[in-house]
Design a protein. Structure first.
Length: 365
């Protein structure tokens, strides 16, 4: 992983290279920034740079680089066993070989669960200490990349703090955090913080064209919807077909509600209720985004809108029905439906109630 492979973030790359060239590399660094901005990619690229782009890094198997990440306890593990990163080395290796851009949900899927809470255990801090105390095999830096350190339990956090207070010779700790405010203040105070911004839209568009072979017009629209989040851009690519389906359902709801077609609205609610629970929640989340986009569309500022061509075509005639008089109540109605579905409420009742209330809200001015 080289800095040239990082999407956007030119200023961040320049600052990191400058610190290395001026021999001002902090022993502990805290990489922060919004999800999908490339914090992990920057951490891996910086580690590669410090390890002189060793050929061993092509497969991320360098003996002087140690990764730490949240893990779960699997059913086959003993009652006394505390999970550590080495227990999940194979799926982790597969993950980072595929891409340095990923989410905790993707990692949970890779570990084989989405229901358990992933944490970094006290045993993990012992493993970090052992690995970082070993002399460098290549005569340079020993580097520890800790992904999502806010998921450390208190035992692990306190042991890591001691390591940061008395770091082994020529070691660099890179903490890659989504929620740095959840870290112990004493840990934050012993790191040099780097705050990274969202990826600029042009860089995401360029990456979509060059890496994914996307047509320029489509890449431009996806980049704007992604709003600086490369993971979101990839989700938009993967979710394209589902979102098209959701748009059709959304359009049908709004047209039937405007026409006050109660009979067909009941059929609409039954169709929506036939989706699985998670798909229902994704659909309502999509509806919420469409309400926001159509409200903002009324301001005639293209920089504020993040819609596909099909969504924008519908908004041209529909947006005027989402206004200051109803946008809050419609959003609250959607949020309530999202919550109720999550609580296993009767989906037919939830969606029919939503549809009936939309009749009243759409005519409010």
């Amino acid at each position: 992983m080289k800095f040239s492979e990082v999407i956007g973030q030119k200023d961040a790359v320049r600052k990191l290279l400058q610190s290395a060239e001026e021999n001002r590399i902090p022993h502990a660094m805290l990489f922060c920034g919004p999800q999908g901005c490339g914090k992990m990619a920057l951490a891996m690229a910086f580690a590669s740079y410090l390890l002189k782009d060793s050929p061993m890094l092509k497969k991320w198997e360098h003996p002087d680089l140690y990764f730490t990440y949240p893990t779960i306890k699997l059913p086959g593990m003993g009652s006394e066993h505390q999970p550590v990163s080495d227990d999940f080395a194979k799926p982790w290796h597969e993950m980072i070989m595929q891409s340095p851009y990923f989410t905790i949900n993707q990692w949970m899927d890779k570990m084989g669960t989405t229901s358990k809470q992933a944490i970094i255990t006290g045993a993990e801090s012992d493993a970090i200490a052992r690995n970082m105390s070993i002399k460098s095999s290549q005569g340079g830096y020993k580097i520890s990349i800790i992904w999502l350190p806010e998921r450390m339990n208190l035992t692990c956090a306190n042991k890591l703090l001691k390591l940061l207070e008395e770091p082994p010779h020529e070691t660099v700790f890179i903490l890659v955090s989504e929620e740095p405010e959840k870290l112990l203040e004493t840990i934050r105070s012993r790191t040099q913080r780097f705050d990274f911004k969202k990826i600029d839209t042009i860089s995401i568009q360029k990456a979509l064209i060059e890496q994914r072979g996307i047509e320029e017009d489509i890449a431009c629209r996806i980049a704007r919807v992604a709003n600086g989040n490369w993971n979101k851009a990839l989700e938009e690519l993967d979710a394209g077909n589902e979102n098209k389906e959701f748009l059709k359902v959304f359009i049908q709801l709004m047209r039937l509600a405007y026409a006050r077609n109660i009979r067909d609205l009941k059929k609409w609610s039954e169709g929506a209720a036939a989706f699985g629970r998670e798909k229902q929640r994704r659909m309502i989340a999509y509806f919420l985004r469409m309400i926001r986009e159509n409200f903002v569309y009324n301001f005639h500022n293209s920089e504020l809108n993040y819609m596909t061509r099909d969504e924008e075509n519908f908004a041209r005639n529909f947006a005027r029905f989402i206004n200051e008089a109803n946008v809050i109540d419609i959003s609250e109605l959607m949020n309530k439906a999202y919550h109720d579905i999550g609580q296993n409420a009767n989906a037919k009742i939830v969606f029919f109630d939503l549809a009936l209330k939309m009749i009243v809200l759409l005519i409010r001015k």
